[in-house]
Design a protein around this ligand. Structure first.
Ligand code: DGT
Ligand code: CA
Ligand code: CA
Ligand code: ZN
Length: 578
């Protein structure tokens, strides 16, 4: 007899296969909706509805869906699903996930080249065998090869923002259990890494088994992969793995610290501990006796306490990568005024429906008001970014009128800005007389990312040296899991910017998170100032600022180094020096 999660999963698979086969979207959606309805029932309620043939009382479940659910419940399978699976070539589902490869094309590849797996598709692309098939040019072949490789890296690590969407409700679910004294997400997630391989959760409890039962019963869990006395690993339906450790409350802080990592940071600390006759592990901090065996256990009731025992200054998780922070901690030079979410007073990089944003200036302004920020800089795209509806000079003037109108309605100070393309030769995309009338100029590369360093470096150098204050927007142009940072001599460009007038953007869009910490540190060494931005294309995306703040913290950025922690008046002066 199948439980509700297995039934829900089968219904979801039916929905997915229907979509792939090109059936009417309505039918696929009905199965998806039914799968959610089943998931939300208690097991008892499900049994009752099946027994009493009352499933059709549920919203959206008609006779045919009720029959499928009953069949799944009673026999463990669905003939409909089996037929559906059999009607699709082997490997069909996997291959359909490749961007640019629709159901029709998959069928052709399977029929003409016998391709059934991603690996076979990759090999065929590399060997140039697709060219022989009608409808598959050389360009398609190159794109599909890219697609396969993307799919592979994407499967490896997911974006932090997606991990958050998966992890936060799960933590909330655990905290609802009376057995849980404390639950926290650890690992790369807690260190705010831009991508994570899996989620790690640490729970303090006196009843580990109750916590693991609760964990395994989480509705999004697809399978329990392993379960022991202190550790349980599950895979969510999305494919994401989650590791849970349960410990007695007294060991919580050393365990949280251990599973926060990074491993490299932790290995260094263990070495330092040994030098002091101590041993740290997930199970606590112990003094070693004369035989080198753990003896007395020291009290650790916070992460600060752990660092204190080791003679080190504490630091937040974002910095724990063994990239110089241990040396700083030894010298007590970890900044005590690291940038905080609450320090940000203005949004600097925001798009509206004048270019490719979803919302109007007024909606963006009201949202900024609601969030209590002091200023909002509207920075739509410039004309060369035609794909993004770049704003020409005439419309720029219309925008200024609109800014004036909206300003009379809102509290937040509205500033005029632009995100100007850095053209191929390094020039900006507006005439000087327009640039001079703007409060804020962000200069970003949006095309020709593939230039080699010998062409990209001079392009950027020329732009950074322009005698106007510019903010270097999403500096290296990376898109996480999609596009690598472009190739250029970063230090040289930072030198040029430091010698001119300008600041560096730390872009908080979770698909970008650009600049990386190593380059943030390089910019700081040159005394450069930053703006931490959300690069919002909607009111909801104003919230991306927090990702920027934590990225900045990974690079050790202090509040005083960030221009948009200033008041509106001081910010305006800083970005428009006279
Ligand atoms: P990820 O999952 O690749 O995004 O990165 P992490 O850092 O979350 O790595 P993960 O999940 O393998 O392990 C979580 C933490 O557990 C890690 O940051 C430190 C700790 N840890 C795991 N394995 C080891 C180990 O072999 N030695 C030490 N010292 N710590 C470990
Ligand atoms: Ca992890
Ligand atoms: Ca893990
Ligand atoms: Zn941009």
């Amino acid at each position: 007899m199948l439980g509700k999660f297995d039934i829900a999963r089968a219904l979801r698979e039916i929905s997915q296969l229907m979509t792939l086969k090109g059936e009417t979207p309505f039918k696929a959606r009905a199965h998806e909706t039914a799968s959610r309805a089943v998931e939300q029932l208690s097991e008892e309620k499900l049994a009752e509805l099946v027994d009493q043939k009352r499933l059709t009382e549920l919203d959206g479940i008609g006779d045919s869906l009720a029959a499928k659910i009953t069949e799944l419940r009673l026999t463990g399978k669905s003939m409909y699903l089996e037929d559906l699976r059999a009607s699709l070539p082997q490997g069909f589902v996997e291959l359909s996930r490749v961007p640019g490869l629709g159901p029709k094309k998959v069928q052709i590849l399977t029929r003409d080249l016998g391709i059934n797996t991603l690996a076979e598709l990759e090999a065929a692309c590399v060997a140039g065998r697709l060219g022989a098939v009608k409808g598959f040019g050389e360009k398609t072949q190159a794109n599909l090869l890219d697609g396969v490789r993307q799919l592979r890296t994407r499967a490896d690590r997911i974006l932090l923002v997606d991990a958050m969407v998966a992890g936060e409700p799960l933590i909330a679910w655990l905290r609802e259990s009376p057995a849980v004294a404390r639950a926290e997400l650890a690992g790369s997630f807690r260190r705010w890494r831009e991508t994570v391989a899996d989620l790690d959760i640490v729970v303090a409890t006196d009843d580990g088994h109750a916590v693991m039962d609760r964990f395994a019963a989480y509705p999004e869990v697809g399978a329990v992969e392993s379960r022991g006395d202190t550790k349980c690993t599950v895979r969510l339906k999305s494919g994401l793995q989650v590791d849970l450790r349960v410990l007695p409350p007294a060991d919580f802080w050393t365990a949280l610290h251990h599973f926060t990592g990074s491993k490299e940071h932790h290995v260094r600390l263990r070495g330092i501990a040994r030098g002091l006759g101590l041993q740290i592990s997930e199970w606590g901090l112990h003094k070693l006796d004369s035989d080198g065996q753990p003896a007395e256990k020291l009290l650790v009731d916070s992460e600060e306490a752990l660092y204190r025992h080791l003679g080190l200054q504490a630091m937040p998780p974002e910095m724990r990568e063994n990239q110089g922070e241990i040396e700083l901690a030894e010298q007590h030079r970890i900044p005590t005024d690291l940038l905080d979410e609450g320090d940000i007073r203005g949004f600097v990089h925001c798009h509206t429906n004048f270019s490719d944003g979803k919302n109007t200036i007024e909606q963006m302004a009201r949202a900024a008001d609601a969030l209590g920020l002091q200023y909002l800089t509207i920075t739509d795209h410039s004309p060369t970014a035609s794909y993004a509806g770049g704003v020409d000079v005439k419309r720029m003037r219309t925008q200024w009128d609109e800014l004036e109108r909206v300003q009379s309605l809102v509290k937040v100070r509205l500033l005029r800005g632009c995100e100007s393309d850095i053209l191929e030769d390094g020039a900006l995309d507006y005439p000087d007389e327009i640039l001079e009338k703007l409060d804020v100029v962000i200069a970003s590369v949006h095309n020709r990312h593939g230039m080699d360093s010998d062409r990209m470096t001079p392009r950027l150098l020329r732009c950074m040296r322009l005698p106007i204050f510019k903010i270097w927007g999403h500096p290296l142009g990376r898109l996480l899991n999609k596009r690598e940072p472009f190739d250029c001599r970063v230090e040289e460009i930072l030198d040029a910017l430091a010698a001119s007038q300008g600041a560096v953007e730390i872009n908080g869009d979770p698909h970008r998170l650009d600049l990386e910490p190593q380059w943030i540190r390089a910019a700081r060494e040159r005394g450069l100032k930053f703006v931490v931005s959300c690069d919002a294309h909607s009111t909801a995306a104003l919230g991306y600022t927090k990702f920027g703040v934590h990225l900045a913290r990974r690079g050790g950025v202090r509040k005083g180094e960030v221009l948009n922690t200033l008041s509106a008046a001081d910010f305006q002066k800083a970005v428009r020096p006279t």
